[in-house]
Design a protein around this ligand. Structure first.
Ligand SMILES: Cc1ncc(C[n+]2csc(CCOP(=O)(O)OP(=O)(O)O)c2C)c(N)n1
Length: 384
């Protein structure tokens, strides 16, 4: 009996899908690993860009399919309506439907529960795929929607996947995908990552921890938040649980309205999703703001799928290009300690190179509304 991911890929091939793009969700990590070797596949930096890329491919006669998390639909709706639907172009969207089945991340619930309503409101047809037997209808729907130039969404329940099966290690496929991406372009920094023995995200957080006391710390969603909570919880830490790409915007908002020293701990995947924030931050250049990007060249929280910082993007150069003048690249404990200790008379961007991998730490036990309250209390007490 093939894994459901393998069966789905074969249905898509038979259904004529010939162009794919994706932005990861942990629940479909095994499915995502099959895409590059089965189809032409574009790894995305933001779900919305996939709508545009798919529209271009459809104009050129392709049958595009996208693979995204339910949260990503929120990033796509305008382009879906004013581009794909407006020009009657075909697009199938395979959605990892979060927030509805044994969900552990509370922030997935609001979008997950409203997803069907959002699609309905947008006039986008959809099918619920709750079990492997529901795969039977996919081919028929694909035939119809590609023929009629429609958008159709497939809402795939997490109940479909056996992600917890310990025998499932597709790391060879992942390594091949990463090597394929790496080959496309030379790394942009002179010193290649492979020549450095890099720290993990967890080790970087441990190194930084003594220097974040009493700072307003905005921590990126997913594994970074869990690791920071474990390494050093303090009432001035704000842990994101959702809204990927919003860590630096939240930090900028606080730095513009508070006298507190603000530290954003962002990730490469999240910054690539919303890089424009670096331009906005550079424009205001608040001296009380530090954006620290822990760049592990991967979407570490969803299964280590490679991001483009492993191939063509140098985030420090991006920050400089957007106008942030005070930037530094760090890749070992000494450099991190020095950067954290140093006073900074202007906005700064610290680019911390890291190796991939998460530390096995427990979930955050602090309720998110309590976290908000503690954090607001800290911000209110301007003198502390
Ligand atoms: C709009 C949206 N798309 C996808 C996701 C799923 N997701 C959660 S965390 C994450 C990876 C973040 O990667 P990065 O910023 O590089 O941080 P890392 O986990 O590697 O530390 C992804 C893709 C999401 N939460 N929201």
């Amino acid at each position: 009996m093939p894994y459901p991911e393998e069966e789905l890929v074969s249905i898509l091939k038979n259904g004529g899908v010939d162009f794919t793009s994706s932005l990861p969700c942990e629940k479909i990590k095994f499915l995502l690993e099959l895409l590059p070797e089965s189809f032409f596949h574009v790894p995305l930096t933001r779900e919305e860009e996939g709508v545009g890329i798919s529209a271009g491919a459809a104009l050129a006669g392709k049958r595009p399919a996208m693979f995204v998390q339910s949260s990503g639909i929120g990033n796509m709706v305008n382009a879906l309506l004013s581009l794909t639907a407006f020009y009657t172009l075909p697009l199938s969207i395979f959605i990892s439907h979060r927030g509805i089945h044994k969900e552990k991340i509370a922030a997935q619930v609001p979008m997950g529960y409203r997803l069907a309503g959002v699609l309905k409101g947008a006039g986008i047809s959809y099918s619920m795929i709750r079990k492997q037997e529901d795969f039977g209808m996919i081919k028929k729907v694909l035939n119809r929607m590609y023929k009629k130039n429609m958008i159709h969404a497939f809402l795939m329940s997490p109940a479909l996947w056996k992600t917890a099966d310990p025998d499932r290690q597709m790391s060879e496929v992942r390594v091949r995908t990463r090597q394929h991406l790496m080959k496309k372009t030379e790394p942009s920094s002179k010193q290649t990552r492979s020549s450095l023995s890099l720290l993990s995200r967890f080790e970087i957080l441990q190194t930084m921890a003594p220097f974040i006391t009493s700072k307003a710390v905005i921590c990126n969603l997913g594994w970074p938040a869990k690791e920071l909570f474990y390494v050093k919880h303090q009432p001035s830490n704000f842990y994101m649980l959702g809204s990927m790409g919003m860590a630096s915007p939240i930090g900028l908002g606080i730095s513009l309205t508070s006298t507190k020293e603000v530290l954003v701990i962002d990730g490469d995947g999240s910054l690539l999703m919303n890089p424009g924030i670096l331009a906005t931050a550079a424009h205001y250049a608040p001296s009380n703001l530090t954006i620290l990007a822990i760049d592990n060249s991967s979407y570490g929280s969803t299964g280590d799928q490679p991001t483009l910082t492993g191939s063509c993007v140098d985030l420090e150069a991006v920050a400089r290009g957007f106008g942030i003048r005070n930037t530094v690249k760090v890749s070992n404990k000494r450099q991190i300690t020095y950067a954290m200790k140093k006073s900074h008379p202007e906005l700064r961007f610290i680019h911390a190179l890291a190796r991939a991998g998460n530390e096995d730490v427990p979930n955050i036990t602090l309720d998110y509304l309590k976290n908000k309250k503690q954090f607001q209390r800290f911000l209110k007490n301007e003198s502390s």
